[in-house]
Design a protein around this ligand. Structure first.
Ligand code: ATP
Ligand code: MG
Length: 493
């Protein structure tokens, strides 16, 4: 229960201390500890000095009383009270802290004293007595004027009387007062010094931190330009360097992100305009090819209606059949170009085989298509099939357009949860690094599109080509991620 209460208090205290700024904390710590240290020191010194001075006062009282006892013995024996009086007055004058001196005879009669006209206070008489066999006796008296050490010393072993000396603490008091005020004065000076030190310390310590806080705030709002100066070679300096590195990295990443965004936009625009071109082409082809064929079919059929010669009818029917076959082929060609629906029907391996076959016929370029780790009927996640199909299509189109290749080899491989494709042509090659850097600016979207397709599935495309040495394109796509995205067959098939 107690422990719980303590914890509550500590949490409360921490809540309060944690809420103030670092500047206030440093100020508080420096000033608080300086004040505590200085005041503790003052109290300690004052106590030690008071003890020492009090011991000194007792010793001085005893030595004065012994001196008076020795010097007054003869005067008492010859009963020279006047000289005794003189002696006592001389002692009081010589020692500032001697409050009084008096001598009493063995019967307790006061022979001489230093109280002058005010009269001897009788209450003093029996307060302090030396017991037989003792050399002195000291008593501490509480008086209106402060503490008094009353020292009694016997004269001639008490046969000639007793000397009593009262040592006042007024002098000690004064000395202590003086010392304390000097120490307090020093404390004030030390406090002013530490105030200045705390101000410069907080400035030195918090300035770079405040700079960091300000710069971090700007970065949080998306402005990556601020950098902070390294003030010193300490931990905060290291933090500043690390912060600058982080800001550099963030600004580089941001630039890269912007660039990629720009590229994506261009790609999208390219895709849209490519779609428009495609539509125009199909519409033209439908108009110029299919419509023409269908028109000639109508014309032919109309002629058939009126034809009576059977031989001509049969000839005409043959021609019309040929027109229909051609139209059918054209429509089929258009459908295949529009969407590789055979991917859905027969899978990637068969679709690529089919495409390669058609490509060979069209461009007279030999294709060697091999698979490893997957058979003809095996299906991969739909996004992977589409992407690989489109990448191979683009690579082969480029090879036909630019490479003047004689032979192309395609390898499709599945292993360790990864599908890899290698497309290699023996054509003229090109400066791949340069084209990848500048291609997009010139609206060359093919190679970039390959990379985008692969990266959307967590994979990558590496293009190796040097002018005069053919081109090899390596595609790697992980299956796991694509399987997760299986149901989201993405657009652009
Ligand atoms: N296999 C290849 N052999 C030789 N040069 C190639 C090959 N593939 C690409 N290139 C060169 O790289 C350039 C960029 O190709 P990319 O496919 O990105 O654009 P494109 O084919 O010109 O246009 P798009 O594909 O957008 O219609 C091509 O213009 C060509 O100069
Ligand atoms: Mg291309």
């Amino acid at each position: 229960m107690n422990w719980l209460r303590h914890r509550k208090w500590i949490a409360h205290l921490w809540g309060w201390a944690g809420a103030v700024s670092i500047r206030t904390k440093i100020f508080g710590i420096v000033l608080g500890s300086t004040l505590l240290l200085s005041l503790g020191f003052t109290v300690q010194v004052r106590l030690a000095l008071a003890n020492f001075l009090q011991g000194e006062a007792r010793a001085q009282g005893t030595s004065i009383a012994r001196d008076v006892a020795a010097r007054s013995a003869d005067l008492i024996l010859i009963n020279d009270l006047y000289s005794l009086h003189q002696l006592l007055n001389e002692i009081q004058t010589n020692y500032a802290n001697v409050r009084y001196v008096f001598v009493v005879d063995p019967q307790g009669q006061v022979l001489a004293h230093t109280f002058g006209n005010t009269g001897f206070p009788l209450s003093l008489l029996n307060i302090n007595q030396v017991s037989p066999g003792e050399f002195q006796s000291t008593k501490v008296l509480q008086t209106d004027e402060g503490l008094v050490w009353d020292v009694a010393v016997p004269i001639f072993d008490g046969k000639a009387g007793t000397v009593r000396v009262g040592i006042s603490d007024a002098q000690i008091h004064k000395t202590l007062q003086m010392l304390t005020s000097q120490l307090l004065y020093t404390v004030v000076l030390v406090l002013v010094g530490s105030l200045l030190a705390a101000t410069s310390l907080t400035w030195i310590l918090t300035r770079p931190i405040l700079n960091l806080v300000e710069a971090t705030g700007k970065i949080a709002q998306g402005d990556f330009s601020p950098r902070v100066a390294r003030w010193a070679n300490d931990e905060i300096g290291d933090l500043a360097v690390a912060f600058n590195q982080m800001a550099d990295e963030l600004s580089r990443t941001d630039e890269l992100r912007r660039e990629r965004e720009q590229l994506r936009r261009q790609l999208l625009e390219g895709v849209i305009s490519a779609q428009e071109d495609e539509r125009r082409r199909i519409s033209r082809e439908l108009h110029d090819g299919t419509s023409q064929s269908l028109t000639s079919l109508i014309v032919g059929l109309r002629m058939l209606e009126t034809e009576s010669d059977l031989e001509k009818v049969s000839q005409q029917a043959h021609t019309l059949r040929e027109v229909v076959r051609q139209t059918l082929e054209e429509i089929h060609g258009l459908a295949v170009q529009l969407r590789p629906s055979i991917l859905d029907d027969i899978g990637l391996v068969a679709a690529l085989e089919h495409y390669a076959h058609e490509y060979q016929n069209r461009f007279q370029i030999g294709i060697d298509f091999q698979t490893l780790g997957l058979d003809a009927k095996q299906r991969l996640p739909a996004p992977v099939e589409t992407s690989i199909y489109r990448i191979v299509q683009e690579a082969l189109t480029n090879a036909a357009k630019y490479a003047q290749a004689k032979h192309i080899s395609i390898l499709l491989k599945q292993s360790q949860g990864m599908v890899s494709t290698i497309i290699e042509d023996d054509g003229g090659g090109f400066d791949a690094a340069h084209i990848l850097r500048t291609g997009l600016k010139e609206s060359k979207l093919g190679l970039y599109g390959m990379q985008e397709r692969a990266s959307l599935l967590g994979g990558q495309v590496v293009i190796e080509s040097t002018p005069g040495h053919g081109t090899t394109i390596y595609v790697r796509i992980p299956l796991e991620r694509a399987t997760n995205a299986k149901n989201t067959r993405h657009a652009g098939r």
